[in-house]
Design a protein around this ligand. Structure first.
Ligand SMILES: [Zn+2]
Length: 288
């Protein structure tokens, strides 16, 4: 008897990994919404993006568990049959980080998870929806200005964030204030969301978009989920602590009961260069 491990891409851009002894029948069940209690039910249409045959259920199960635990970057490499990248990612964090840093320079290790149906482009082996809007660029530049203040006025790591509501009104903004406030949680995203909560008198920030110059960490990614932020747009990928696919994929975990639409790599080159130059200047090295 043969078994298959398969991966489906859902309408919201998330991935589902499963195993079966009849691939054709199981995929038809997924399409029809007939797999009881399955996560894919509300995320159709689905696309079969990868499958592999195994001689025993045990081997299929082992493979399924492994792939389920993989980062988004690794899943994307598997789908693309990009074996050099896959083995590089498997070799360990140090090398993976190096590669992701290069990818981040080209665009972003994280892709948008909206279901806009817009055309996709390949960015350094990663796929990205091609739907950056003018207003996204404008708000990202605003976030750059906030990051600059952090550096110029407070000598904090220059990360800026601004939270806007559905009408384009600013609800909160901020920059890293860890050193200034003696506060390990004072990342730019948290500062902006705190202000927005105060301004709107509500800890739920429904329908808002957060723009931030650097990929959020796990703490900030979870805060975005808790706050019910609708959309996250970030600049540079963060190969050290990024939680939108670079190191962790916290924000896209299907177990959350709220999903944040994510668009990464907006003005990513510039965002990355600004951060690189901040650290280079600190070490007295020439700027890039
Ligand atoms: Zn953070």
């Amino acid at each position: 008897m043969q078994f298959w491990v398969y991966m489906l891409e859902c309408a919201d851009g998330s991935y589902y990994v499963g195993h079966t002894d009849s691939l054709e029948r199981r995929i038809a069940q997924h399409h029809a919404g007939d797999v009881p209690g399955c996560y894919t039910f509300n995320r159709r249409p689905l696309t079969l993006v990868w499958s592999q045959e195994f001689p025993s259920r045990m081997e299929a199960l082992t493979s399924e568990r492994q792939i389920k635990g993989w980062s988004r970057a690794k899943k994307l490499a598997l789908i693309a049959n990009d074996w050099p990248r896959l083995s590089e990612l498997a070799k360990g964090r140090a090398q993976a980080q190096k590669s992701l840093a290069e990818t981040a320079g080209a665009g972003s290790p994280c892709e948008e998870r909206g279901s806009t149906g817009s055309p996709r482009t390949d960015v350094g082996g990663m796929r990205m929806h091609d739907s950056v809007k003018d207003k996204d660029l404008e708000w990202m530049r605003h976030a750059f200005a906030l990051a600059e203040r952090a550096e110029r006025e407070f000598d904090e790591i220059p990360v800026g964030a601004v939270l806007v509501d559905a009408d384009g009104q600013v609800l909160g903004e901020g920059w890293n204030r860890n050193i200034l406030d003696h506060d390990p949680s004072a990342h730019a995203e948290i500062v902006a969301m705190r202000e927005a909560g105060r301004v709107s008198g509500n800890h739920r920030l429904v329908g808002t978009t957060l723009y931030v110059t650097l990929e959020p960490c796990a703490m900030c990614a979870m805060a975005l989920v808790h706050a019910r932020v609708a959309r996250l747009v970030y600049g540079a990928g963060d190969p050290k602590t990024g939680a939108c696919g670079s190191v962790f994929d916290v924000i896209a975990d299907p177990r959350h009961n709220h999903r944040v639409e994510v668009l990464g790599g907006v003005l990513g080159d510039e965002a990355g260069r600004r951060l690189t130059n901040y650290f280079r200047a600190k070490r007295g090295r020439p700027l890039v």
